[in-house]
Design a protein around this ligand. Structure first.
Ligand code: MRU
Length: 352
């Protein structure tokens, strides 16, 4: 089964309107594969905020489609229509702070809107839908290329440890960190995956384990605190993770816990690969210290999935991401290839 996290659906013969966004509601996995269909910008905002759609590239795509979907019902034209597009983009930019793909996609939508302001309203709206779909399609192509570049790092029979979910669910299709695994499978290789469950929202358990099992890939779920032991036992050949934002020096933000995994891997002599499309690279930030880190609500830690697991009123610190310093990263793999330390020069070259 092909997992498509987010799509634009239109049955129009002439263009892409009228249409709507269809996304997998990832909060319902693994119990059920349920879809959320919408054109409502507030529903899109809530879906991003509550991780119904999640993963850096997927939230960028959702936001771009959210802007286009919301404009469909507008009566405005010209400058007023442009102002609406900008307002929708600014609103969706408030949903989550860390993944730069969100802001990158919204800036792209705004700049296409500005360049198309003189079009008649129907053509303007169609243009924005097409841009949002192009962002999705380009991401799919980038993920395929990441898979091919990442494949060069894996040998038949090896085992990869991953954290969070950087698979098909987190992008348009295929995945970033999981793309080489899918590529290996397509080449007839046997590759095994150890998936950290990824407290507190369990993206590894609920999503990575689910999508790899759907694909028939050998996956073993471990508690986050088991990572050190499986490394010590010699079960892990490499770590492959995605990223939400990579700074100009190669420091990379990813799901909370990734930094610890990277340091454990270094202690055990295991290579650590960050795989992401170049839409995740933010050259405006000199280092990871500047990456804004989202803090999530205490309830996700104390009362996750509806069951209280800590006393009411306890103090909680819940950053959703951490930054792995470039010195703990063996290579950064994008659709353009693999970069090795020091990363600055290659990242600059890629992002010219
Ligand atoms: O909070 P989430 O589930 O959106 O966090 C996602 C991650 O940290 C992923 O590893 C990252 O976005 C890379 S997805 C290709």
């Amino acid at each position: 089964m092909k997992v498509l996290s987010i799509e634009w659906i239109s049955e129009s013969a002439e263009g892409m309107m009228p249409g709507f966004i269809r996304m997998i509601d990832q909060t319902r996995l693994p119990e059920e594969l349920a879809y959320l269909n919408t054109t409502d910008i507030e529903i899109v905002w809530e879906a991003i905020k509550m991780l119904r759609v999640r993963g850096a590239p997927a939230i960028g795509i959702a936001a771009a489609m959210g802007v286009a979907a919301a404009l469909q019902g507008s009566e405005a034209s010209g400058e007023r229509l442009l102002a609406e597009a900008e307002k929708h983009a600014d609103y969706l930019a408030t949903s989550r702070p860390t993944a730069v793909n969100l802001f990158q996609a919204l800036e792209r939508m705004k700049s296409v809107a500005r360049a198309s302001a003189s079009l008649p309203p129907a053509a303007f709206k169609e243009r924005l839908v097409r841009e949002a779909v192009a962002i999705r399609d380009e991401d799919a192509a980038m993920c395929r290329a990441i898979g091919e570049h990442g494949l060069k790092l894996i040998r038949d029979g090896q085992t990869v440890l991953t954290h969070c979910n950087a698979g098909a669910l987190a992008v348009s299709e295929y995945g970033s960190a999981l793309a080489p695994i899918y590529a290996a499978q397509a080449h007839g290789m046997r590759v095994r995956v150890f998936a950290d469950e990824t407290r507190p929202l369990l993206q590894g358990a609920r999503l990575t384990a689910w999508e790899l099992m759907q694909a028939g890939i050998d996956v073993t779920l471990i508690c986050d605190n088991t990572a050190a032991v499986v490394m010590k036992e010699g079960k892990i050949d490499m770590v492959m993770v995605g990223s939400d934002r990579i700074a100009a020096n190669g420091d990379a933000a990813n799901k909370i816990g990734t930094y610890g995994v990277a340091r454990l891997a270094r202690a055990h002599g295991i290579p650590v690969y960050f795989l992401a499309p170049t839409t995740t690279i933010d050259m405006s930030l000199p280092s990871g210290d500047c990456i804004p880190i989202e803090e999530r609500s205490a309830e996700e830690v104390t009362c996750g999935f509806g069951r209280r697991t800590a006393p009411e009123g306890v103090k909680v610190y819940a950053p959703a991401f951490d930054v792995t310093p470039a010195e703990y990263i063996t290579a950064i793999v994008t659709e353009k290839g693999a970069a090795y330390p020091p990363f600055g020069e290659t990242l600059r070259e890629w992002m010219k």
